[in-house]
Design a protein around this ligand. Structure first.
Ligand code: ZN
Length: 214
């Protein structure tokens, strides 16, 4: 699983970028950097629950509810021991991945998608890399590996196809041979570098309103 390598690399990236003043605002509206770190910590715990589900068959969803998810982020952001909370959750996820063998077992994500457990390292990959940028502490999509940038575009396009989401898109990065298409009438062609388009498609750059990703 290449995502396992990206997950490890992205975790190190997030750790390095989050070694900053956490009391400052993040790049996400309404969130300080502390909220971002709390969210990334609780996402690790949520994925530990999915891995438990995959290993045991006991249905342990990522979050009890959207409200519960938001509440724990607010509380975590205020926790004086936030860095320790994050590091513990991160290490618990590493351990849960180490002991998991049932990667074909099906689990249900917070978005309600049924996926094999093998998707979990990719779910974490997205979180650590993109939220490192969201910290607003200097990290950019330019620092992502090229193949990861492409995989992020794949992810967005696949979700849009599945939802039949409009507008239809043709993603045509100037620095790639490859073209991505979602299907649907009157497609809008997006041009720019692959990095710029990945940032736009994941809602991390200003530009045309393309609707939600996750
Ligand atoms: Zn997230």
């Amino acid at each position: 699983m290449i995502a396992l390598d990206w997950m490890r690399e992205g975790t190190a990236f997030f750790d390095a970028v989050s070694d900053c003043d956490l009391d400052r605002p993040s790049a996400l509206p309404g969130w300080t950097r502390r909220h971002v770190v709390a969210h990334v910590a609780y996402n690790a715990r949520a994925l530990v629950r999915l891995l438990h589900w995959a290993r045991t068959g006991e249905e342990t969803p990522m979050y009890a509810s959207r409200e519960a998810r938001d509440r724990e982020i607010e509380e975590g952001a205020k926790d004086p021991a936030l860095r320790e909370l994050y590091a513990t959750a991160r290490d618990e996820l590493t351990e849960a991945i180490r002991v998991t063998e049932s990667w074909d077992a099906l689990v249900v994500t917070a978005q309600g998608r049924t996926v094999p457990a093998s998707e979990i390292p990719w779910m974490r990959t997205r979180e650590v890399w993109i939220h490192a940028v969201d910290l607003g502490a200097g990290a950019t999509f330019e620092q992502f590996p090229d193949a990861l940038v492409d995989a992020l575009i794949d992810d967005v396009i696949e979700l849009r196809r599945r939802r039949d989401q409009s507008p239809a898109l043709i993603v045509a990065p100037a620095d790639r041979e490859r073209r991505w298409r979602t299907g649907g009438p009157e497609p809008r062609t997006l041009t720019g570098s692959a990095v710029e388009l990945a940032a736009l498609l994941t809602g991390r750059a200003s530009g045309p309103d393309l609707g939600r990703w996750l």
